[in-house]
Ligand binder design. Structure first.
Ligand code: ZN
Length: 419
């Protein structure tokens, strides 16, 4: 058997390890990047086997035998970024709707003009599995180019079993065919299909779709859009508890446009995360802090939609809620594939510091996606997912708004080909 390949990344100006206790960061922990200057990382096969001050890591590498070496030339190195919330797999695009919104059209007018979520449902139902895979592959290449190495991906544009399973199958194929690691979420409860009775649809989700999806083994999480006019708190609870019985962990789109008690619900049913939360109550946030439910904030969506209400990130961090970030990449309300840009919005719109935004896009996003034990930090024994940035100070990442500072991406110990 061949000896595993070893790679040393030396001359790192700032190594952001995010090392620490094995749980999502809360409060002041979110500002602790466990930063090491003049550092090196040693990789063997797919994993990190050494990281720290360069001299020490170099000496350890030398005693082990041969290794390849790359010179980071004083650059910042971070864990690969993790996008904790996307609607990656879908058919079609809605740039016409984006234009209409820019020209002042309301959502009702856009729906009347054939836009809105149902246009994506029709386009996704019409797309073949190879078409869905091919489209998502282009999005993933773009995400990887911006430093994303792990990404949560939801279904939810089929609203029928055949299409929902096709979306989830696409995620499974994409996991084998390109480097960004995907975690699949079933989101049949994204909307009620046009012309379907609300109660009948909830019954179908709980009695037919969820057992079928769970049996397919294609999804890890079950997500619901809990919002006025979509699914009530009671319906959301029913759907999430049904999923739980079949082994699908709950996630929830909560309190995005109105306070519908989604934050408190997420805590009560043991959801791994509650996402959006623009209008979450203090009571709900405290319940989340107590339960350890992670808040996944999606500031790109409000920016994309031109909204001025943002999630109360500071109140969350002060309340002890672990905050993660996601792009919410989707065809209707946020067509953004860049986590560094999301970090910029977190700083400018949510009042998060660059360090907090980085913690939210690495270790906390990993825990929100159920993979915190393996990725999200640079530590001995963790998977070697790293990004080298064209920057000598990590604050450049959100500061250089809209620029792509990614120089090199390493996923599972291998260099990625960037587009
Ligand atoms: Zn979403």
């Amino acid at each position: 058997m061949n000896a595993p390949h070893r790679l040393l990344i030396g001359n790192i100006g700032q190594l952001i390890t995010m090392a620490g206790e094995p749980h999502a960061r809360v409060g002041a922990e979110m500002s602790d990047l466990a930063l090491i200057r003049n550092a090196a990382v040693l990789i063997e096969g797919q994993n990190v086997i050494g990281c720290g001050v360069e001299d020490t890591v170099y000496a350890a590498a030398t005693t082990l035998g041969d290794f390849d070496e790359i010179d980071a030339a004083g650059a910042v190195v971070t864990p690969g970024l993790i996008d904790a919330h996307t609607h990656l797999v879908h058919g079609g695009t809605r740039q016409g709707e984006f234009e209409a919104r820019a020209l002042g059209k309301t959502y009702a007018e856009i729906m009347d003009g054939g836009g809105g979520i149902y246009s994506s449902v029709l386009a996704t139902r019409a797309a073949t599995l190879p078409e869905l895979v091919a489209a998502a592959k282009l999005h993933l290449a773009e995400m990887l180019a911006h430093g994303t190495t792990t990404c949560e991906a939801k279904s939810g544009y089929g609203l029928d079993l055949e299409t929902e399973l096709r979306q989830l199958k696409a995620v499974s194929i994409l996991n084998r065919e390109q480097p960004v690691e995907l975690i699949a979420t079933f989101m049949g409860a994204h909307a009620v299909p046009a012309g379907t009775d609300q109660g009948d649809y909830v019954d179908w989700l709980c009695g037919v779709a969820l057992p079928e999806v769970a049996a397919s083994g294609l999804a890890r999480f079950n997500d619901v859009f809990c919002e006025l006019g979509v699914f009530t708190q009671e319906e959301s609870e029913q759907i999430l508890l049904a999923g739980k019985r079949f082994g699908l962990q709950p996630k929830i789109h909560a309190d995005e446009l109105n306070d519908t008690g989604g934050a408190a619900l997420s805590a009560r049913i043991g959801a791994i995360s509650a996402d959006h939360l623009h209008c979450a109550s203090d009571v709900g946030l405290l319940a989340m802090a107590d339960a350890g439910t992670i808040a996944v904030l999606l500031p790109g969506t409000a920016v994309f939609l031109g909204l001025t209400v943002h999630a109360p990130a500071r109140r969350m961090i002060e309340a002890g809620v672990a905050v993660a970030l996601g792009s919410d990449f989707n065809p209707g309300s946020c067509y953004c594939r860049s986590m560094p840009l999301i970090m910029s919005f977190a700083c400018t719109q949510l009042g998060m510091s660059p360090a907090e935004a980085l913690a939210a896009s690495t270790v906390n996003a990993a825990y929100a996606s159920g993979v915190g034990g393996r990725v999200g930090t640079i530590e001995v024994g963790k998977q070697a997912d790293l990004v080298l940035w064209d920057a000598d100070d990590y604050r450049m990442m959100p500061y250089a708004m809209g620029a792509n500072l990614v120089r090199t991406v390493i996923k599972k110990g291998s260099f990625c080909v960037l587009p």
